[in-house]
Design a binder for this molecule. Structure first.
Ligand code: NAP
Ligand code: FE
Length: 368
C-alpha cells in the first residue's frame, strides 16, 4: 500500500461561509486583484460578497472581469500584466473553472516576468501569490486542485500547467453562488465533476486514498441523477453537487485525468463543446474500451449510480448532454492524434493506441 495525499487548500463549505470566515483573508496583504468572468461574479452574488468582505477588512482591490470561457494564454497574460503593474498582494478567483484557472496563472505572472508559454515549465523563480478561490459552478473542483487549464492558440489545443504552489490557499464553497446557473451549465459542470471521480477512480494512478473521495463523489452524483435529468434542482441538490465537485477535484489532484479529458479538449477547441459536456459524450465509451482491465471498479461505478449496465449509463449520459455532433474523417484523425498527446495516455487502464482513440470517437459520433 503506497500513497501520497495532500490538499494544500483550507476549505470552508456552507451557506454564508465567506462572510462568516472573512478574517481568513486578512493575512494575505493590503491589495487584492479579483479575477472573474464577465457575468459569473455578479450573477452569482459572490463578487458582491467578496468586495464587501474586502472593504470591511480595509483591503484595497481591483477587479479584472474579462476572463473568457476556456481562458487563453493571451487572456491570462493581460490580467497578469495588470496584476504586476498594480503590485497586488493576493488574487481572488471568482467563477467557474475558467476564472479559477485564470487566477492561478495570474498569481504566477504577477510575480514572475516570464512569457506566458513558460507557465507550462511548471517551475517559477518566485512563489505565486496566494489565491482565494470561490467557485460559482459545481464542476471543475479547481478550488482544490494544483492545475490550471489554458487554451493555447499556438498549438490549437488546451493544456494544463501547475505545481503544488498554485493550490488555492483558501476556498469558500457556498452553493448559493451556483443558484443562478442555467440548467445546461449545471448539468455540464456536474458531468465534469463525475468525470473527474470516474477517471481518477479508474486510472492507473488511483490510490486507496483517492478512491475514498472518488467513491463518495460518484455516490453523491447518483443521489442527484434523477434531479439532474428532470431539472428539479433545489438548494439541497446544489449543495450536494458542490460537495461532490470538490471531492472530484481532490481525486484528480492525486491521479490526474484520462483520455476522456484528452479527447474532450479538441472537441472544446474546434467544436465549442463545453468542457463537461465533452467529457459526458466520451465517458461511457472510455469505460467500455477499458472494461476488462477495470471490471470491478466499473461495476462498482454502475452500482453507486444505481444504473443497470454500461449501455444504460451511455443512454443516461446522452440524455444529459443532449447534443448531436457529426465529425468528418479528417476531424476524427486530428482529434485522435491530439488526444494521443495527452499526458494521461500512460495512465490508461489498458494500453491505448491512436487507432483505439479513432474507434472510440467513431463509436460516439456520426462520421460524414
Ligand atoms: P466556465 O467556463 O467557468 O463557465 C461556464 C459559463 O457559466 C460561463 O458563461 C460563465 O459566465 C457561466 N457561469 C459561471 N458561474 C455562473 C453562475 N453562478 N451564474 C450564472 N452563470 C455562471 O465553466 P466550468 O465548467 O466551471 O469551467 C471550465 C474550465 O475549467 C475549462 O477551461 C476546463 O478545462 C477547466 N477545468 C479545470 C480543472 C482544474 O482542475 N483546474 C478541472 C476540469 C476543468 P462568465 O463567462 O461570466 O464567467
Ligand atoms: Fe474537467
Amino acid at each position: 500500500m503506497q500513497f501520497k495525499f495532500r490538499i494544500a487548500t483550507k476549505v470552508f463549505f456552507g451557506e454564508g461561509c465567506l462572510n462568516k470566515n472573512k478574517s481568513e483573508i486578512a493575512g494575505f496583504g493590503k491589495k487584492s486583484m479579483i479575477v472573474t468572468g464577465r457575468s459569473s461574479g455578479k450573477k452569482s452574488g459572490a463578487l458582491d460578497d467578496m468586495t464587501k468582505a474586502l472593504e470591511e477588512l480595509s483591503i484595497d482591490y481591483i477587479i479584472y472581469d474579462k476572463i473568457e470561457n476556456n481562458p487563453s494564454l493571451e487572456n491570462v497574460a493581460d490580467a497578469g500584466k495588470i496584476a504586476r503593474e498594480e503590485k497586488v498582494d493576493f488574487i481572488a478567483g471568482i467563477g467557474g473553472g475558467s476564472p479559477l484557472d485564470a487566477s492561478k496563472a495570474v498569481a504566477v505572472l504577477a510575480v514572475n516576468d516570464i512569457q506566458p508559454v513558460e507557465l507550462f515549465n511548471n517551475a517559477f523563480d518566485n512563489r505565486p501569490l496566494p489565491i482565494i478561490a470561490i467557485p460559482t459552478t459545481a464542476g471543475t473542483g479547481s478550488e482544490v486542485t494544483p492545475y490550471s487549464i489554458l487554451t493555447r492558440n499556438d498549438i490549437k489545443n488546451k493544456m494544463s500547467f501547475g505545481n503544488d504552489d498554485i493550490f488555492p490557499a483558501v476556498a469558500f464553497l457556498d452553493a448559493r453562488y451556483t443558484e443562478s446557473l442555467p440548467y445546461s451549465v449545471t448539468v455540464d459542470t456536474a458531468i465534469d465533476a463525475l468525470s473527474h471521480a470516474v477517471e481518477g477512480y479508474t486510472n492507473k494512478r488511483s490510490t486507496i486514498m483517492s478512491d475514498i473521495f472518488a467513491v463518495e463523489a460518484i455516490s453523491v452524483f447518483g443521489e442527484c441523477l434523477d434531479n439532474l435529468l428532470t431539472n428539479k434542482i433545489d438548494y439541497r441538490i446544489r449543495e450536494k453537487l458542490l460537495y461532490m465537485a470538490m471531492l472530484g477535484g481532490m481525486v484528480i489532484s492525486h491521479t490526474g485525468t484520462t483520455i476522456v479529458h484528452g479527447l474532450g479538449y479538441p472537441l472544446t477547441y474546434y467544436k465549442g463543446i463545453p468542457h463537461g459536456r465533452a467529457n459526458g459524450m466520451l465517458m461511457a465509451e472510455y469505460l467500455k474500451f477499458n472494461y476488462e482491465a477495470i471490471k470491478d471498479k466499473t461495476d462498482n461505478i454502475l452500482r453507486l449510480l444505481r444504473v443497470g449496465s454500461l449501455d444504460e449509463f451511455g443512454k443516461i449520459m446522452k440524455k444529459l448532454v443532449n447534443t448531436e455532433l457529426s465529425l468528418s474523417e479528417d476531424e476524427i484523425t486530428l482529434f485522435a492524434s491530439t488526444g494521443a498527446k495527452h499526458r494521461s495516455v500512460a495512465q490508461n487502464p489498458r494500453d491505448i493506441a491512436v487507432s483505439d482513440m479513432v474507434s472510440i470517437l467513431k463509436n460516439v459520433f456520426k462520421v460524414w
